[in-house]
Design a protein around this ligand. Structure first.
Ligand SMILES: [Zn+2]
Length: 299
């Protein structure tokens, strides 16, 4: 009896996996990992490294250009500094009567200092930003490949925010680019959104970040339900903490945006050790596949 039951359970769960992959292509964690390596190879994506910023911006733009329905680079100035947000749209070929639109966002800058280094002589160094910055961009780029090959049933926007990680440097806030984006595009009202930040660690754990849980509850529940079904174990159904990230300007505008972020932060967070060897293609794949289901199961 136990054996039969076990067989039924195994069969049922493999059917679900099969159904998920039938809806769309699957997320390739190795491709995402390669996107992290590429970004890190340009060097720190910081204001004092304009060559790396220009190369990274070109890389993101050139990758998206043949894939997206529409691609826009929005330069902005705020808090005395300037940056560029990149916005790629994938417009569904299906009639979308409820006008559903979802946004996925990540920050493409990296932190110019390593204030969490225990050795004070290293604190002025920039972080390589493999996980913090690189991983979110990598997930979005791999999603773009799949959306282009399998047109989604709803409209999807991928937004790459600049200048997220300047917080507490020269009294600057976090999420400068995301705030500029919300301000500039005040008629942009997606049904919801997800920010991906620090999602490649080998021991990734994503609890329910508290601004998201309290202000985008429905979307949090939807994501964690998909994750449970997909056995995406990087999603932990535990309470996280309140984190300053690119979702906040959206929540302040009453747009439900969830922050998927590793917490407690890994020990190399905001240090010079945030390098690609900390990353796992499987963690990236789990996150990517949950986002794909969120899109392809909507209509
Ligand atoms: Zn950071």
């Amino acid at each position: 009896m136990i054996k039969i039951l076990l067989f039924v359970i195994v069969l049922a769960s493999s059917c679900i996996t099969f159904a998920d992959s039938q809806l769309h292509g699957t997320f390739d964690g190795d491709k995402a990992l390669a996107h992290i390596n590429k970004q890190v190879s340009f060097g720190p994506r910081t204001l004092d490294n304009p060559k790396a910023k220009a190369e990274t911006l070109s890389f993101i733009r050139d990758y998206l250009q043949p894939l997206a329905t529409k691609l826009t680079v929005q330069p902005f100035s705020a808090n005395g500094i300037s940056g560029n947000n990149v916005w790629a749209s994938f417009i569904s070929p299906k009639p979308n009567t409820r006008n559903q639109r979802i946004m996925f966002g990540a920050h493409w800058d990296s932190r110019p200092i390593s204030e969490q280094e225990s050795d004070s002589s290293k604190q002025h160094l920039p972080t390589p930003g493999a996980n913090d910055g690189g991983s979110g961009v990598a997930v979005l780029l791999e999603l773009a490949r799949i959306f282009a090959a399998n047109p989604p049933p709803i409209n999807v926007d991928l937004v790459f925010f600049d200048l997220e990680d300047m917080g507490n440097i020269d009294n600057l806030p976090f999420a400068i680019g995301a705030r500029a984006f919300v301000k500039r595009n005040r008629f942009y009202r997606p049904s919801g959104g997800v920010i991906v930040d620090m999602v490649c660690d080998k021991n990734l754990t994503i609890p329910q970040e508290l601004y998201s849980k309290t202000q985008a509850t429905e979307l949090v529940n939807k994501l964690w339900t998909i994750a449970a079904r997909q056995k995406a174990t990087v999603f932990s159904k535990t309470q996280g903490t309140y984190i300053q990230d690119d979702h906040l300007p959206f929540l302040e505008a009453n747009i439900p945006v969830v922050d998927l972020i590793h917490y407690p932060f890994p020990d190399y967070w905001h240090t010079s050790e945030d390098t690609p060897d900390k990353c796992s293609s499987d963690s990236l794949r789990q996150v990517g596949n949950v986002l794909l289901s969120l899109v392809y199961e909507s209509s």
